[in-house]
Write a protein that binds this ligand. Structure first.
Ligand SMILES: C[S@@+](CC[C@H](N)C(=O)[O-])C[C@H]1O[C@@H](n2cnc3c(N)ncnc32)[C@H](O)[C@@H]1O
Length: 270
């Protein structure tokens, strides 16, 4: 059974995708461009969410290329369905069949962090690559989100307490909030060549786009947070703080780790 807690059918999903698109798509696009992705490439976008990265890849590979975009709940990818070089699959990356030796590029952003089976999924993604193909995995390191400014100490403490309860809830569902910092080692252990990684973070000020991610996430898990002793009053104060211009928090650092399946050694380690 899929344990992903932020299901796409929820009302908060569009807000989540807006933040991810506005704050992180430029970073991901720059990382993808470093692979040289271009006309004729065959790409796999795993857990495509709102579909913005799949759409960008479709433009990059053009009419001679193809992009397969998967998701357990692909209903939010409105912009993708009319594109001739895109296939959208309702697909669970933990166990549904996946072609092997097929893709020039496999990309997954903020998917494996959530999956208890992440260490089994990674070799599946490697096996999906053709020799010389690139794997780009991007995940958060949720262990570094310091409050950068707050109206007072009690407000900073409130943010930290609610955020920690959210992380507890993710861990209880099998997520690894620190998975981003483990990507470099995981790709190396997966047998990829030329593994590299970059980290991106910025300040998110109250009232701006980025903090809407914290609002969407805590609102969607409201009932579970109540069960973790975060009261409705706490949440109301937390959401008010997210609108306060005196408040700022570091964004989740996005770790982008990239490696290449060696040419001449098509059998990836499992
Ligand atoms: C945090 S969202 C990230 C969406 C998108 N990759 C992005 O960065 O904007 C995680 C996505 O992974 C999808 N997902 C969760 N579990 C999955 C699974 N087992 N197989 C495929 N997709 C999954 C979710 O439905 C959701 O769309």
């Amino acid at each position: 059974m899929n344990q992903y807690v932020f299901e796409n059918i929820a009302d908060q999903a569009p807000d989540r995708f807006t933040v991810l698109e506005e704050c992180y798509d430029p970073v991901s696009r720059a990382q993808l461009m470093r692979t040289g992705v271009g006309p004729g490439w065959r790409c796999l976008e795993v857990g495509g969410g709102g579909g913005s990265m799949g759409a960008w890849l479709a433009d990059a590979v053009g009419s001679t290329g193809q992009v397969v975009v998967t998701d357990v709940e692909p209903g939010r990818m409105h912009d993708l369905r009319h594109r001739e070089n895109v296939q959208v699959w309702r697909h669970d990356i933990t166990h549904d069949p996946l072609p092997e030796g097929e893709f020039d590029l496999v990309h997954a952003r903020l998917v494996l962090l959530h999956l208890p089976q992440r260490e089994d999924v990674l070799p599946r993604l490697v096996r999906a690559l053709r020799p010389g193909g690139y794997l780009l995995l991007e995940d958060f390191d949720c262990g570094h989100v310091p409050v950068l400014a707050a109206p007072g100490q009690s407000e900073a403490a409130l943010f930290e307490r609610v955020h920690e309860a959210l992380m507890d809830q993710l861990r209880a569902a099998g997520a690894d909030p620190l998975w981003g910092r483990k990507l470099f080692a995981a790709l190396t252990a997966g047998g990829l060549d030329g593994v590299s990684a970059t980290t991106y973070a910025e300040a998110w000020r109250g009232g701006e786009t980025g903090v809407r991610l914290h609002h969407a996430n805590t609102e969607q898990l409201r009932a579970r947070l109540h069960a973790r002793h975060v009261t409705e009053e706490d949440l109301q104060a937390f959401w008010a703080l997210l609108q306060d211009r005196r408040f700022a928090v570091a964004s989740y650092p996005l770790i982008s780790a990239r490696g290449r399946l060696p040419v001449g050694r098509p059998e990836a380690r499992s």
